[in-house]
Design a binder for this molecule. Structure first.
Ligand code: AMP
Length: 304
């Protein structure tokens, strides 16, 4: 069962209290597609400029990602720059250059249109709608979002919620979207807007999963050293979507999502160990299985 991932593909400049690196591979779709590729065949939809390094394309190719939906447009790749404060939790966006992303309106290759699992990674809700309009009979649709879209495209985001099975967002965004300080009430309120399942991420404090009248609180895998939190949320979403593709034969249940959330958290924990996708580049399926087992022992959840 394959996964369609659409989102941004970026060249990021990241500053942490200890290091600064320019023009790293980033973007919501890059992280999500590579994370999903550990579990499922991935169809990638995105745009890059003619300055996009060949080495980054080769990483996608090595992960077996289908690139028929990757457009190269004349101009520069989308660039984003962010700076982390001392706690590596608070982040400020320093600059955004949309470049080729500004006019991106993807036409999905015919071979992508029946992909069963669809991950609308973080991009403008209008583009997320545009991609859904081209999909035939999807089994499960997941959307990610960010504070920017709640600020500038709230109506489109709310109408998208009626079309998706699951929304993933972080704690601040859940409060912003619902106006409720209680994350438990916020999770339920978002479900009432359409999606059957909601995951609220809480950074180093894990995530909350809501669905089918049930609730699961998943911790984050404890790490001593975090080098770059960028893309943790996208990696979580990609790992989760990839894992779900294994259950997509029947209907996807809360139990399936519980397991997918744990795998998503494992992938995200690897991602933050190095800058950009450097750790995802080298991690193996055995590493993932090993950390999953360790996580289970530490966190006292059953063999799920
Ligand atoms: P995260 O750390 O999960 O919030 O994701 C960070 C990634 O999102 C970076 O690699 C950025 O390139 C990408 N990004 C930042 N702003 C946007 C935006 N407005 N639209 C799409 N992707 C973005």
């Amino acid at each position: 069962m394959s996964v369609l991932v659409v989102g941004s593909i970026a060249l990021d400049t990241i500053k942490t209290p200890l290091e600064e690196h320019a023009d790293l591979l980033g973007g919501s779709a890059s992280y999500a597609a590579v994370a999903a590729s550990f579990f499922a065949p991935v169809n990638l939809v995105g745009v890059v400029g003619d300055d996009f390094p060949r080495a980054h394309v080769e990483l996608f190719e090595r992960r077996g990602i289908d690139l028929a939906g990757l457009q190269t447009a004349a101009g520069k790749t989308f660039r984003w720059s962010g700076e982390y404060m001392w706690d590596l939790n608070t982040r400020e966006t320093r600059s955004v250059e949309l470049n080729v992303f500004e006019t991106f309106t993807p036409t999905l290759p015919e071979t992508y249109r029946a992909t069963p699992i669809v991950l609308l990674a973080n991009i403008a809700p209008g583009l997320q709608h545009h991609v859904l309009d081209q999909i035939r009979a999807p089994k499960f649709i997941i959307a990610d979002t960010m504070d920017l879209w709640i600020n500038i495209a709230k109506d489109e985001l709310i109408s998208l919620l009626a079309r998706v099975d699951m929304l993933i967002l972080n704690d601040g965004e859940a409060r912003q979207l619902t106006g409720d300080t209680s994350l438990i009430r916020a999770g339920k309120a978002i479900q009432a807007m359409g999606p059957k399942f909601v995951a609220i991420k809480k950074g180093e404090h894990g995530c909350l999963l809501f669905g089918e009248g049930e609730f699961f609180s998943c911790p984050a895998f404890p790490l001593e050293d975090i080098h770059d939190p960028t893309g943790a949320g996208d990696t979580f979403a990609g790992g989760l979507a990839g894992c779900l593709s294994r259950f997509a034969g029947g209907g996807i249940t809360f139990e399936d999502l519980r397991r997918a959330v744990v795998y998503g958290s494992v992938l995200a924990s690897y991602n933050v160990e190095k800058f950009s996708l450097e750790r995802l580049r080298t991690v193996t399926e055995d590493d993932i299985a090993e950390r999953y087992r360790l996580f289970q022992r530490m966190s006292a959840f059953e063999a799920i």
